[in-house]
Design a binder for this molecule. Structure first.
Ligand code: F6P
Length: 482
């Protein structure tokens, strides 16, 4: 029985709940499990504890009463239309997202969005403080909630607080543009442990703290004398930072990819494409960070140069709709629509389509079938915290076949160094890398794929969550601890 007074030993806070709210034509609310990797990781660590997950339900609306699902309490935080605009679309995705991804598009700094970001972070901190048991562990996720650690610490100093950044943390030369840079750093330094995808992200954060707040550090521990409200306190707090790269559920993905239904579907996909000699595949959220325009430019030139031709070679590009009310995403969509139209106009024939372009989201089963239908997966972001699609592809290729072209600017490239690494800004280089991947002999492709599979298998999402929680538990935190 759900009681609003229940308290939990383990609390997760993320911008989104692991379920999305859908209201049907009769006004009845349904909750659909969202397919993200975070859900799987948290499922595993939440099962043996009394656990609660706080997050937004994905559309504007009032707070909904908490409810239980698979033994976990889900606690929706309702956001008004103004806060969806100011916190989610505005400050999170028009200010922080471009700033943290190397300013591929210019970040917008608006004071009303900052006010909304503070308001929503306060709501989360207050709600967490009401559900967390004495001494509970709280795991806060991502750039949408960077003020929560310090806000929560001032409400509940007894808690063990961790934060994990799913996206890059930029160099101080870019981060320093943010008008509210001190507040964001102070917000994060309320945590005991801060986890990042790459060692460079952790180093960028530490450098920003030194330069902008005057902190000092020993090894991976930052010493911070400022109180959470910015005043200088006598006792230094110690905050550990480390890289803990996120991963996927390797076994579940491989098992899915091995099912007869998925194998059949992958043959069907190839047949529907006209059984080409080479299927090139791209699967991305339609986001300007993913390098889709650079990839299409390279593909267009390969067709124009005569290095590839339909129907023997075709590109299947899946672009999942994302953040569709944000103007940079609307612009990207028209640009990609235009590029695909031009390539097909110039290089397709009847029954010989150069680029198959689908603007849809697909379930995991279809993704597994698409991965198996592909000869080469093209993952070409200009900047990406990790890129789990690359890891899912590797897990799906139990047959040891397939090639991965992977941007150097992804977190995944640090682990998957047997991929065909590329710089997506270098169009000539990218074209060459795609051709090399297409032409590599099967024995050598197999060797590369097996090496990548070993890495992802041994560093899966369960290992990631365990590593993170062990580091959080061991973090020094308060003076005298650790
Ligand atoms: O990994 C970054 C991230 O913003 C996550 O927080 C989120 O789950 C994903 O990308 C998709 O973004 P959104 O929640 O804005 O649809």
């Amino acid at each position: 029985m759900v009681s609003p007074h229940d308290r939990f030993d383990f609390v997760v806070a993320a911008n989104r709940l692991p379920v999305d709210r859908e209201v049907d034509d009769d006004g009845v609310t349904h909750w659909q499990t969202s397919p993200g990797g975070l859900v799987t990781a948290m499922d595993a660590v939440m099962q043996d504890r009394t656990a609660c997950w706080l997050g937004w339900a994905g559309d504007p609306g009032e707070d909904v009463a908490p409810f239980d699902r698979n033994g976990v309490r889900l606690h929706p935080i309702g956001l008004s239309t103004e806060d969806v605009r100011g916190h989610y679309e505005g400050f999170s995705n028009e200010t922080l997202w471009p700033l943290y991804h190397d300013v591929i598009v210019p970040p917008r700094f608006r004071r009303s969005w900052w006010a909304s970001y503070q308001r929503v972070n306060t709501r989360f901190a207050q709600a967490i403080s009401e559900v967390a048991n004495t001494g509970a562990t709280v795991w806060v996720h991502d750039y949408q909630l960077q003020l929560v650690p310090a806000m929560l610490r001032s409400l509940r100093p007894d808690l063990r607080i961790g934060w994990f950044n799913h996206i890059p943390f930029p160099p101080v030369e870019l981060f320093g543009q943010l008008p509210w840079r001190h507040s964001v750093l102070r917000g994060l330094l309320g945590a005991d442990f801060l986890g990042f995808q790459r060692t460079n992200d952790a180093a960028n954060f530490t450098r920003a703290c030194h330069q902008l707040l005057g902190t000092s550090s020993t090894g991976d521990v930052i010493s911070w004398r400022g109180a959470d409200d910015g005043r200088i306190g006598a006792e230094p707090r110690r905050v550990r930072t480390a890289s803990v790269p996120i991963s996927i559920d390797f076994t579940a993905m491989e098992e899915l990819a091995r099912t007869p239904a998925v194998r059949r579907r992958s043959r069907e996909i190839r047949a529907s494409l006209g059984n080409p000699r080479t299927v090139l595949l791209g699967i991305d959220r339609l986001d300007y960070t993913k390098g889709i325009r650079h990839r299409l430019r390279a593909i267009s030139e390969l067709f124009a140069d005569g290095d590839i031709a339909a129907p023997e070679v075709t590109l299947l590009q899946i672009a999942t709709p994302s953040r569709e009310r944000v103007s940079a995403y609307q612009d990207l969509r028209s640009q990609v629509d235009g590029q695909v139209g031009r390539i097909n106009g110039d290089h397709s024939g009847i029954g010989a389509t150069a680029v198959h372009y689908l603007h849809h989201a697909y379930p995991k089963e279809e993704m597994a079938a698409l991965f198996q239908a592909a000869d080469v997966l093209l993952v070409t972001p200009l900047r990406d915290g990790m890129n789990l699609v690359a890891k899912e592809y590797v897990a799906s290729r139990w047959d040891g076949r397939g090639a991965l072209v992977l941007s150097e600017f992804t977190g995944a490239a640090q682990e998957l160094n047997s991929a065909f690494l590329c710089n997506p800004h270098d169009i000539a280089g990218l074209k060459g890398t795609i051709l090399t991947a297409m032409r590599e002999d099967p024995a050598s492709l197999r060797k590369r794929m097996l090496a990548m599979r070993r890495r992802v298998r041994s560093h899966d999402v369960h290992a990631w969550a365990q590593r993170y929680l062990t580091a959080l538990e061991a973090a020094p935190g308060k003076p005298g601890r650790g």
